[in-house]
Structure formats: structure tokens, C-alpha cells
Write a protein that binds this ligand. Structure first.
Ligand SMILES: *[C@@H]1O[C@H](CO)[C@@H](O)[C@H](O)[C@H]1NC(C)=O
Length: 457
């Protein structure tokens, strides 16, 4: 490896001929693909990279014939493209080699825009005629899970095209109500999908995922016409945190059977206002590039009833303190949400409240403390401090009220920390200073700091 590396660097330094550079990198990539991960057998005399390009070419032929709205989403290929845009230009001019689409792995991943595609069973037949083995993985359409009668409806979630020990993975992306793209999980059954079982470690499908609809660009990669997301780095960033959780629709339905939904005009009015406040807050924070998640009662409402709890009176969001920005308050004010109160300070127990139309927006900032994380509370009249402690968690996407939002992936742990084991029973009398099982008294703010840490408007 070091020897090859040096060759590449040397070549960079001395090459006046771009052809020379191209060939150096080509052989370097070949070297990696032969010496990187183990290569599956049955390739005859073709090198892994040749076999991969051969398969991709056949696959793209199929894509062309059936007008499939397909684009490249392979994480390694996109990463190579983002590092090597110069080489991409070169590779368009010279004799094509598989520099980007063939990586050290045995598969290349594309996505299919499911809403722009009409299912055609001939596709699979045609692929098989071209010497590819095809596996179609189907699953329930989550957009219908909340409706009893339609729950049996299966849709294609993934396709695997295999030839010569190589694979093209096609992920089907569906547009959902929040105007985002969703793909389902990919579960291979080792006994049944034996031929495909070696490919269990794919980029997409360990979990369901969610993406904003990317702007696409048609370009030539390795001599092949391919659509790619225009902004690779944005897409790759999304990919690294795309995990999606479905709202537990079945459990929510069971909850509503025990506790029928409040359909009074007041409750309907509150839900409508809370929904528009949530959309406005999400847009404002998105423009600032500040990630947030549903917290407290809003998170409970999502998890328990896939909705807003009508008597909760406010919308609660969580933000990591590392993502705090000084212009958050100003941005909300510009969006028509004046600051109602500010408790604590950036170093300790920060909490912001903004006044929406009859509904308050509470933003709690979360602090890291080893195995746990916490957010603070302040009682305005006494200066007393409180601390709410949670087990550490990651963030996942989900959908609430036609909006793509984040929640803690370990939602049950988060909810139980905050509401105890009986979180599934509605409680209307809730005291934020004493009811949560995870609340701790945390001293009192010194009186001299009150002007700073207790601001009420
Ligand atoms: C691409 O996405 C990155 C974020 O990953 C962003 O900073 C950048 O501005 C985007 N570029 C364009 C041209 O939109």
C-alpha cells in the first residue's frame, strides 16, 4: 500500500500528462479492489472491477429501457466523486474505467423514485433474460398501516440484481406526506435468500430511512450516464443520520380505544394551532441548521397516540447545547414568535419559550454528562433550579402531523424516564417540578444572577 501511495503522490507531482495520472489512479483502485475485502468466487477471468462495471452497464441498460427514475446513492461512490471532481472530468474524456462506480465493495447502490414509477413485472423478467438474478423484497406500505383494511398492502422496498458474485442494490424511495423520501428496511432471510445472503452488509436497509428530496444532475461517470444528487456532501450527511422510526400506529389505535380522542372544537383548534407552530419552528430551525427533536409532552403525544395531546397546552422541543446559536431568538422573533421567557444561561440549564398563537413553544437545551444527558428547569418566583436526567440517546427521523421531525431513537427509555412506567395512562394534573420521575432539585440561582437567568416578558 505505501509503495502505491507514493507512486500516486509522485505521479501527481510529475505528471504533465493527465492520461498518466488517470492510469495511476486506475491501477491504484484495482489494487484496492483486489486486496481490500474478500471477493466472492465465480467471476471467471474477469477482475472484480470489470465484473462490477459489466453488471452496472446491464443494469443501466434495463433502467434506460424501462425509463426507471434512478439515481446513484452509493455512499462510497459519492464520497469518491466528492473528493475527485477533477478526475471525474478527466474520466469523461478518456477511455472509461470503473473508477467511481466500482469500489472496494462487491455492490453498488442506486435509488428508485417509487412515486414516479409504475410497477412493471416485465422488469424482473428482462433482468433475468440479461443474465442477472433478481430478488425483490416487499413490505407493508407504512402510509396505509394506520388504516385497518389496507394494512395487507405490500409494496416493493428493495431490488437486488446479482451477476458474477457482484450486486446492484436498488432502494425504492417513496414520497410521503411531509414531502420527504422514505425507504423501508431490508431483511434477508439467510435460508431462503441464500444466493444473496453474503450481501447482508449493504449501505441501505439496516433500518428504514428518510431523506429530503435531492436535486439531481445527469452526468457521465465511468463512461456511463448516471443521475446523481447535485450536492453529494449534503446527501452523504443525510445518509449518515437517515434512520427512520415509524409511529407505533397499532399501539396508538389501542390507546384510542381505551381513551377516545377529544374531538371538541377546542381540542381541534389546539391541534391545528400546535401543528402550524411545529411547522413554523421546524422551518426556522432548519434554516439555522439547528437539529432538534420532539421532547416532553410532544414526544409523548407522538409515541402514545401519533398525534398532539390536546390538553398539553404547548409544543416542546429539545436541542443539544452544542448546537445553540445566539441568533435563535432573533430568528424566532422574525418568524413572528416573540420570546416569552428565557431561563438559565448557555453554560447551565438554558430554556427558551416563544409565544405562538395561543400555543407556547418551549425549547429545552440538553447537556451531556457521561452516561446521561439532562436539561434544566427554573422556577421564576423562587429561583429554584431543577434537573431532568435521561439515558443517553441517538436521534431518528419520524413523521408527525405531516412533518418530518426527529425523536430520540430509544423513545421508550426517554418517555419512561420522563413519565414513568404508567406513561400510557393519560394524566391531566402534571406538575413539572414534582411529577416527572427524573426530576432532581438542583439548588437555587444566586440572587445577583436573577436578571440574567430569569427573564420573563
Ligand atoms: C451542499 O450541502 C452542504 C451541507 O452539507 C452545504 O453547506 C452547501 O452549501 C451545499 N451546497 C450547495 C451548492 O447547495
Amino acid at each position: 500500500m505505501p509503495r502505491i501511495n507514493k507512486t500516486v503522490i509522485l505521479a501527481l507531482l510529475i505528471a504533465t500528462s493527465s492520461i498518466f495520472l488517470l492510469f495511476q489512479l486506475y491501477y491504484y483502485r484495482q489494487y484496492i479492489s483486489k486486496n481490500g475485502l474478500h471477493v466472492f468466487g465465480g467471476q471467471g477471468s474477469m477482475s472484480g472491477s470489470d465484473a462490477q462495471r459489466h453488471l452496472i452497464k446491464r443494469f443501466l441498460g434495463l433502467v434506460h429501457k424501462y425509463s426507471l427514475p434512478v439515481f446513484l446513492v452509493d455512499a462510497v461512490s459519492l464520497d469518491l466523486l466528492s473528493q475527485d471532481t477533477l478526475l471525474l472530468k478527466e474520466s469523461k474524456l478518456k477511455e472509461p474505467h470503473c473508477l467511481f462506480l466500482c469500489t472496494h465493495r462487491e455492490f453498488t447502490t442506486f435509488a428508485l423514485l417509487g412515486n414516479l414509477w409504475k410497477y412493471d413485472a416485465n422488469l424482473i423478467e428482462a433482468a433475468e433474460e440479461r443474465g442477472m438474478e433478481v430478488l425483490e423484497i416487499r413490505g407493508k406500505d407504512p402510509r396505509l398501516v394506520s388504516m385497518d383494511d389496507l394494512a395487507g398492502n405490500d409494496i416493493p422496498l428493495h431490488f437486488l440484481f446479482k451477476k458474477g458474485g457482484r450486486l446492484v442494490h436498488l432502494v425504492v424511495l417513496y414520497e410521503r406526506t411531509g414531502k420527504y423520501l422514505w425507504h423501508g428496511p431490508l431483511r434477508l432471510k439467510p435460508n431462503i435468500d441464500r444466493k444473496f445472503a453474503p450481501f447482508r452488509k449493504l449501505d441501505y436497509g439496516r433500518h428504514a430511512g428518510a431523506y429530503n428530496r435531492p436535486e439531481l444532475a445527469l452526468t457521465m461517470v465511468d463512461g456511463l450516464d448516471v443521475r446523481i444528487p447535485r450536492n453529494f456532501s449534503y446527501f452523504l450527511k443525510e445518509h449518515s443520520q437517515a434512520r427512520f422510526l415509524e409511529c407505533p400506529f397499532r399501539e396508538a389505535r389501542a390507546f384510542y380505544q381505551l381513551y377516545p380522542d377529544d374531538l371538541s372544537p377546542e381540542a381541534m383548534d389546539f391541534r391545528m394551532k400546535a401543528k402550524s407552530l411545529l411547522h413554523l419552528a421546524a422551518r426556522t430551525l432548519y434554516e439555522l441548521g439547528v437539529p432538534f427533536w420532539l421532547s416532553s409532552g410532544t414526544c409523548l403525544g407522538w409515541f402514545r397516540q401519533c398525534s398532539i395531546i390536546p390538553y398539553s397546552k404547548d409544543v416542546d422541543l429539545g436541542i443539544w447545547i452544542k448546537d445553540y446559536r445566539h441568533d435563535i431568538t432573533q430568528a424566532f422573533q422574525k418568524a413572528g414568535l416573540p420570546l416569552k421567557h428565557k431561563f438559565g444561561k448557555v453554560e447551565d440549564s438554558l430554556e427558551l419559550s416563544f409565544q405562538g398563537l395561543d400555543v407556547k413553544l418551549d425549547i429545552f437545551f440538553f447537556y451531556d454528562e457521561g452516561e446521561t444527558v439532562w436539561n434544566g428547569g427554573t422556577q421564576a418566583k423562587s429561583g429554584k433550579k431543577f434537573k431532568y436526567v435521561f439515558p443517553r440517546f441517538q436521534l431518528c427521523w419520524t413523521e408527525l402531523l405531516e412533518l418530518k421531525v426527529r425523536v430520540p431513537c430509544q423513545t421508550l427509555d426517554y418517555i419512561q424516564a420522563n413519565y414513568g412506567p404508567d406513561w400510557n395512562v393519560p394524566v391531566k394534573a402534571w406538575d413539572w417540578k414534582s411529577s416527572p420521575p427524573n426530576v432532581q432539585e438542583n439548588g437555587v440561582w444566586p440572587v445577583r444572577d436573577w436578571d440574567e437567568v430569569i427573564q420573563v416578558y
